[in-house]
Design a protein around this ligand. Sequence first.
Ligand code: DQQ
Length: 540
Amino acid sequence: NTMLSWQRTAFHFQPEKNWMNDPNGPVFYKGWYHFFYQYNPNAAVWGDIVWGHAVSRDMIHWLHLPLAMVPDQWYDINGVWTGSATILPDGQLVMLYTGSTNESVQVQNLAYPADPSDPLLINWVKYSGNPVLVPPPGIAAKDFRDPTTAWYTSEGKWRIAIGSKINKTGISLLYDTEDFKTYESVDGILHGVSGTGMWECVDFYPVSTTTKYGLDTSINGPGIKHVVKASMDDDRHDYYALGTYDDKTATWVPDNPTIDVGVGIRYDYGLFYASKTFYDQDKKRRVLWGWVGESDSESADVKKGWASLQGLPRTVVLDQKTGTNLLQWPVEEVESLRLTSKKFDNVKLKPGSVVPLDVGPATQLDIVAEFVLDKDALKRIGESNEEFSCSNSGGAAHRGAIGPFGLLVLADKSLTEQTPVYFYVVKGIDGKLETFFCTDQTRSSEASDVNKIIYGNYIPVLEGEKLSLRILVDHSIVESFAQGGRSSITSRVYPTKAIYGAARVLLFNNATESSITSSLEIWQMNSAFIRPYSNDQKLL
Ligand code: DQQ
């Protein structure tokens, strides 16, 4: 339906039509980034799940390849579900995935490339001895899914994690294997958190406390922390925690039990789920992919004939300044899409002001902005016991002494449609500043069948740091990062007026007391080539 084509994106990965969900088996192989994904080839709603497949040289421009795996065996006939890739030391690639059997039992299966010398990995073989793992005693048939990338143990075996639950405790089971065909279950669990429910798409990986590089999944030793991430089926968000992994006891302990998996930090405070990282051995970085669904109605998806995007691939590293969170940042290749830019230096925003930024069309943008609060006002402003929360404190229309301030993106001329991405600062009773990072969808669209909640959360800001935002606008997605990627908010928006040439971007400061000075640069973004393989053979 071309009527709805403005919602299609220009530089986010999406299939040509129909439904997509989780990223699967991302890997760099023989010069190509491979991206597999949960896909329904028949409709714009979840069902009939197969593995879609695309390849790229840079994770920006993509060639769609034939489906990699479809349900054609008793052990995956109800769906070829989520899985992960492991590269063995000799360069061999193995894929483990969950199959939903003819009886809807969740089992783990092994697959491998039919022709390992084919850099495009077009054909896949399912192992004749599948399934390689079935739900163990005490685990329900439908609570056993999403194997991770394997890592090497000190005993010389491969270890994988699989998400599950026991009663309401979300857990991650572990298995050891030497050949990916036979497995022994590891006593106990990697980790579990009561009350969190089913853990989907568990991810487990090391991060360096001293270098800026990503780490291969098997790396362990001094100067390393381990991340456990799980996608909470109950609240549909991806939570991670930093902690210490002990290879010998096969357990992981969070640094801080109050910010444990499922009860602490999220990758993203908007729409972002079922994410998965991989180690890019080419650029020595760890890259995070996450599924960004729709927040309009299912009937709207059926009408437009497609549903879901993938967020931009993000590098993930430990935030070595705070030590308590990760930093996520769009891969540097995104910057290759930057066209012309406009700079705005030291724009002074008085309390209650809005400043249009003349950048031309504003549907494909990369915005980098810094904000400085007014020092005198900060001294003058009294301490407050306001219990602010992005979601429940009235959004960008609610005026406090120091905020909200930030950008209005995808705004129409009259500002009846606008999506504010902003900070809100509270001077607490101890005199310290507390900062919140939010995105307000309440006025993002005049349509009534779309999600209008306000996203966001507290964000750590260290002494002397400027407040900073990076916002990528791509038609129907606004992907925002604050403080260099300490937190992110991804939002799907469906403007009816702020589309094509009518979309604008503005600065705003809705504070009552503090003025704000902002410096920013805004790039127009090119469109990526995301096309079927057959039309693009010459790109090879
Ligand atoms: N999606 C897959 C499952 C996974 C869920 C099925 C998470 O393997 O648990 O499409 O979105």
